[in-house]
Design a protein. Structure first.
Length: 310
C-alpha cells in the first residue's frame, strides 16, 4: 500500500530569524519512501540536517526578513497492517530495564509524573502490569478528555488536561505518558502523520498527530489514547520525553504562522504525477467541529442558567 503525505507551512518574520524544524520522518522509515519532492523553501535558503540527542532528524535554517514557505510531498510504501497488539506482553521491572529507557520514567516539561503517583496507583494498581495496564490507562484518558482543535493550548500540562478534561492529541498523549510513568512503565511521546485510513474520514482539516509508545517485554509498542484503537499507516516524525523535546517548528525570535496545511492519505500513484487533494480549510483558518460547536452551546446555556438563579 502507498501513503501520500506532506505539508505546506508559511512563516512570517520581521527580521532574519534562526529556526529549527522537526518535520522529517523517522530514519527507520526513510528506506520505504518511493518518491518525494522537497523539502523546498521559497525563497531558497540554506537548510542543514542534524541529529538531536534522541536520534531525531532536525532541520536548521535562518528565515529571511519577510518569511519563508516550506513544502514537502512524498509517497511511502506501507504494509497496510494496523498497529501491533500483544495482549500477553508484560511490564519490565525497573531494575531490569535497559539504561536507554530510564529517562522515560521521570517527569518532564508537560508530564508531571510526581503529581500523579497516588491517583495512578489507585486507578490502575490492581490491573495486571503490562499491556492490560497500558490499555486501561488509554481507556481512562480517552473517556476523561473531550477532543477538539478549539481546545488547543500549547502550554497545557498533563495535570491541567486532567483537571480541565479537554485537549487535542498531544494532551491525550501527555496524560497517558504521565500515568504510564507513574506506574513505572517507560513511555515516550511521538508525533507524526496519521491519515484516516481504514476508518471513516474525519471532516476536520488534517494535522500532525501525537501518540505514545511504552516499553514492554523487549520493545516499544504504539498506543493512542486519543483514538483508542489500532490504526493503519502511522508515519513517525520524532520521539521525545514530551512535546517540548520535539516541537514541529521552533524559532529563536518573533514569528507568525501564515500557512499550515498537512495531508496524509492512501495513494495509488507513487510517482507524484498529480496534485495532492487540498483541504478547503487549514488549521490557520478558524474551524470548529460539530462536537465542539455543540459543546460551546451547551456550556453557554448552562452558564446562562447558572446566572439566572443568582
Amino acid at each position: 500500500m502507498f501513503i501520500r503525505f506532506g505539508y505546506e507551512i508559511g512563516i512570517h518574520c520581521e527580521q532574519p530569524t534562526p529556526m529549527m524544524t522537526y518535520l522529517s520522518i523517522d530514519r527507520d522509515r526513510r528506506h520505504a519512501v518511493v518518491s518525494e519532492r522537497g523539502p523546498i523553501a521559497s525563497p531558497a535558503i540554506s537548510m542543514s540536517e542534524i541529529s538531536d540527542p534522541f536520534g531525531n532528524t532536525c532541520m536548521r535554517m535562518v528565515v529571511p526578513e519577510g518569511g519563508v514557505h516550506l513544502s514537502y510531498d512524498a509517497v511511502i510504501r506501507d504494509s497496510g497492517a494496523p498497529d501491533p497488539v500483544n495482549l500477553a506482553v508484560q511490564a519490565v521491572p525497573v531494575e531490569k530495564l535497559p539504561a536507554a529507557c530510564l529517562p522515560y520514567l521521570s517527569a518532564s516539561r508537560y508530564c508531571e509524573t510526581d503529581r500523579f503517583g497516588s491517583l495512578a496507583w489507585r486507578l490502575f494498581g490492581e490491573v495486571e502490569p503490562g499491556w492490560a495496564r497500558v490499555q486501561a490507562i488509554c481507556d481512562y484518558v480517552h473517556e476523561r478528555l473531550l477532543f477538539s482543535y478549539g481546545y488547543a493550548a500549547t502550554l497545557r500540562t498533563a495535570m491541567e488536561a486532567h483537571d480541565e478534561r479537554v485537549g487535542v492529541s498531544r494532551d491525550y498523549a501527555h496524560l497517558a505518558v504521565t500515568l504510564c510513568r507513574a506506574m513505572n512503565m517507560p513511555a515516550r511521546y511521538v508525533n507524526g502523520y496519521m491519515g484516516d485510513i481504514g476508518v471513516p474520514e474525519n471532516p476536520a482539516p488534517m494535522d500532525f498527530n501525537a501518540w505514545f509508545e511504552v516499553y514492554l517485554g523487549d520493545r516499544w509498542y504504539t498506543f493512542d489514547a486519543r483514538n483508542n484503537e489500532p490504526r493503519i499507516g502511522r508515519i513517525a516524525v520524532a520521539r521525545g520525553r514530551d512535546a517540548a523535546d520535539i516541537p514541529l517548528i521552533q524559532t529563536f525570535g518573533k514569528h507568525e504562522l501564515t500557512t499550515f496545511t498537512v495531508w496524509t492519505c492512501k495513494e495509488t500513484d507513487a510517482a507524484l504525477t498529480h496534485s495532492h487533494k487540498k483541504a478547503d480549510v487549514s488549521l490557520v483558518t478558524p474551524w470548529f467541529s460539530e462536537r465542539w460547536t455543540r459543546h460551546v452551546q451547551e456550556r453557554e446555556h448552562q452558564h446562562e442558567q447558572d446566572h439566572s438563579h443568582l
